[in-house]
Design a protein around this ligand. Structure first.
Ligand code: B12
Ligand code: SF4
Length: 449
């Protein structure tokens, strides 16, 4: 066995956080590669409510499909958020449970920490400080979305010894060579996703659901989205090998719920989604599949809808974002209203109820008006589908960033905490916080009310 590596999924600090099929996909992909190379890998999940040590604290409610509430503890708000009148919490295990877990693993020679939202960085730095105080002297490497999108900020604020931006698979060989002076020989070819080992989800203490990725990146470039920064290009897997993976988790670990994390699951469906769906049906894999990340509406036709229905696709979310044609065009042109109404028609004919067809609608884009979101809600309802409001979070490096900086009354360039979607960072007189509250009510209200 080679060096001991500890991987840590950090705490979340936020006003609200909900486990909507969340798993540390990237970190566990790296774990799988390290294990393949003979490293002794252990894992601590700061978000895991199921550690036996968490017994005795109030159990958060979980959903049968996998997901649900995290355990949370109210903490003091960071200075920047003091004026925002909502409680702020640390989501995940208690600090004492984390410290006990850190002391229980055999002393690692390297610790890898992941990160997700830019505005969760205080949770990352609290995690790293706790590690540092408990296991002094062990080098800590930070990677993930925050480390990629805000490298300088992470270097100055996370407390990590090394900050790695970009896909871990690409940088690990050089990193391990620098730290241990050792070569990693067994390495996937980053242009060939089928050469990657399955992520080490078995390290999770409860496999309530497994996320699947059939591709990385996206061929579109919407102005509000960071996909092109986080992924160098659009790469796809062999659809039959994807089904092999689903079958593996189902047969070996009895997993019956799967979530797709793809940015572009339905792009080029003829060659990807359609063969995958046929294969799931042919092999009679009796599982439920969920799509929490917005699907491309344009990818839906009669065949895809029917196959999805029969293959067991249950929770569907589509990225409509707005029904205003000019904004659809300006932001990247991934969908039109006509395509949306056709897609809903196909899905309904295939057997889906309207409330099962969730349409994400962005709320709080720079200079977006109350009326635009209200019209979008009305449009989705008129099709018999379900509007799902997603509060816009501005992301550095995206094409819309400069507009966001101009529109926002918060200093979003200096302080990533202001990227938090709960704040509606780009609210302005045309879409105030109160108006947002009204829109949420409108979206929830039954049609006709
Ligand atoms: C799937 C997904 C979700 C899932 C949940 C995922 C999860 N794990 O919790 C759902 C649908 C629930 C979700 C929700 C939201 N999401 Co989201 N989500 C994603 C998505 C598409 C993929 C994330 C992922 O797992 N990727 C796959 C793995 C392979 O990548 P990875 O984990 O980053 O790991 C790689 C590298 O980062 C690196 N790496 C990772 N860790 C480490 C550690 C070390 C040491 C090293 C060296 C390397 C390394 O190597 C890995 C392998 O290549 C990303 C976009 C994207 N393409 O990344 C957006 C993204 C992260 N989400 C985003 C947003 C805005 C949201 C929402 C706020 C949307 C909304 N308005 O409601 C919500 C909030 C969620 C919450 N909990 O509060 C933004 C981030 C915004 C920000 N300011 O940071 C992103 C970037 C999308 C975008 N719009 O561009 N999301
Ligand atoms: S289609 Fe979706 S994933 Fe692709 S760039 Fe647009 S928002 Fe991002």
């Amino acid at each position: 066995m080679r060096n001991k590596i500890l991987l840590v999924n950090p705490w979340i600090h936020d006003f609200a956080a909900y486990d909507f099929w969340s798993k540390p996909f990237g970190l566990l992909s790296i774990a799988a590669i390290l294990r393949k190379n003979g490293f002794d890998v252990s894992f601590i999940d700061c978000l895991n409510p199921f550690y036996p040590q968490m017994l005795g604290v109030d159990k958060p409610k979980r959903k049968s499909f996998g997901g649900g509430k995290y355990f949370k503890e109210e903490i003091e708000k960071p200075e920047a958020l003091k004026n925002f009148k909502r409680r702020f919490s640390r989501y995940g295990i208690t600090p004492q449970v984390f410290i006990n877990k850190l002391l229980a693993v055999e002393k690692p020679e390297l610790i890898l920490v992941t990160s997700m939202m830019t505005y969760w960085y205080t949770g990352v730095s609290e995690t790293i400080t706790t590690i540092r105080n408990t296991l002094p002297g062990v080098p800590i490497v930070l990677g993930g979305n925050y480390a990629t999108l805000l490298r300088e900020h992470a270097l100055n604020n996370s407390g990590a010894d090394i900050v790695i931006s970009g896909m871990g698979e690409d940088v690990l060989p050089a990193l391990f060579n620098d730290i241990f002076g050792e070569k990693i020989d067994c390495f996937p070819d980053s242009d060939n996703l089928d050469s990657f080992p399955y992520p080490a989800f078995d390290l999770l203490s409860r496999l309530d659901q497994v996320p699947i990725m059939t591709s990385r990146g996206c061929p579109y470039r919407c102005s509000y989205c960071a996909s092109h920064i986080l992924n160098s290009d659009f790469r796809i897997r062999d659809p039959i090998k994807v089904v092999d993976e689903i079958n593996f988790w189902h047969r070996s670990f009895n997993v019956t719920n799967f979530s797709f994390y793809d940015d572009a699951l339905l792009v080029n469906a003829e060659e990807r989604a359609i063969p995958m769906l046929w294969e799931i049906i042919r092999r009679k894999i009796d599982c439920s599949f969920h799509c929490p990340n917005g699907l491309h509406i344009r990818g839906i036709n009669e065949e895809v809808s029917t196959l999805m229905f029969h293959a067991g696709f249950k929770i569907l979310r589509f990225g409509l974002e707005t029904s205003h044609a000019s904004r659809q065009k300006e932001t990247g042109g991934k969908v039109t209203n006509k395509e949306t109404s056709e897609a809903v028609r196909h899905l309904t004919r295939a057997g889906y109820r309207g409330d099962e067809i969730g349409m994400y609608l962005l709320c709080g884009l720079p200079y977006q008006t109350f009326e635009e979101v209200r019209d979008s809600i009305a449009f989705v309802k008129s099709l018999g589908a379900r509007p799902v409001i997603t509060e816009f979070s501005p992301i550095p490096g995206t094409d819309i960033w400069d507009d966001a900086v101009e529109c926002s009354s918060f200093p979003i360039t200096d302080e990533p905490l202001f990227h938090n979607n709960t704040l509606i960072p780009c609210r302005w007189e045309g879409l105030t916080y109160d108006m947002y509250g009204e829109l949420k009510k409108l979206a929830r209200a039954k049609s006709g009310s």
